[in-house]
Write a protein that binds this ligand. Structure first.
Ligand SMILES: Cc1cc2nc3c(=O)[nH]c(=O)nc-3n(C[C@H](O)[C@H](O)[C@H](O)COP(=O)(O)O)c2cc1C
Length: 188
């Protein structure tokens, strides 16, 4: 696949096969992250690969958030939210947390965030080329204090920029875009 093809064909993946993703494939894909453009070479990122028991704990935290969202104390509604929440996280074979260092300097923080987003896109493009799908998630789970405790993140020092739900795609959704030509102005 050319870079053009990979960029054009990559999709966010929401439904995964249960097949596990080999550790070597994940490690290979993560190596592409650190080659993202990065002003001042601050290398502000860390990568947390979550599976097994830790993923179960994460699923429990997600269930807690989902139960709270119902704003209900009806046991049936709460049970349904728990079951749905648990299934949602457990159906992702791997969860990769991408963490960025915080910085007191607003401009530096912004540049580090931008670099980490580039790193995430490197990861998702390299993964796609390996046949691995991902969905970048910025839902409440990445900021929940229980998540940060579980993954040993000090919120004074670091933040999670996204969870990448990762696995072999069982469905690839269609997407569309407005062509760049319609959003481009050429100055001569
Ligand atoms: C910063 C960022 C955060 C995202 N967060 C979520 C999310 O929380 N939930 C979700 O379903 N998709 C999330 N996405 C995925 C987008 O919804 C997805 O990229 C968009 O629908 C376009 O689809 P495509 O990636 O297949 O082109 C996020 C994407 C980005 C770049």
């Amino acid at each position: 696949m050319t870079v053009f093809d990979t960029i054009r064909n990559r999709r966010s993946i929401y439904e995964f096969k249960s097949e596990p993703v080999p550790r070597e494939a994940i490690a290979r894909v993560l190596e592409t992250a650190v080659w993202a453009p990065n002003h001042k070479l601050t290398e502000p990122w860390r990568f947390l690969v979550v599976t097994g028991k830790t993923k179960e704990y994460l699923a429990e935290i997600y269930c807690k958030i989902q139960r709270k969202k119902t704003k209900s104390d009806d046991t049936g509604i709460l049970r349904k939210a728990t079951e749905k929440g648990y299934a949602k996280i457990m159906s992702k074979p791997v969860v990769i947390g991408v963490v960025c260092k915080k910085d007191e300097d607003d401009f530096r923080a912004r540049e580090d965030y931008a670099a980490t987003c580039c790193a995430i896109h490197n990861i998702s493009l390299a993964a796609w080329e390996e046949g691995i799908g991902m969905q970048w998630s910025t839902g409440g789970l990445i900021r929940d204090p229980d998540t940060l405790r579980l993954l040993n993140i000090d919120p004074q020092v670091e933040e999670i920029i996204g969870f990448l739900y990762t696995g072999y795609p069982s469905q690839v959704p269609a997407q569309k875009r407005v062509p760049a030509s319609e959003r481009t102005e050429w100055f001569i």
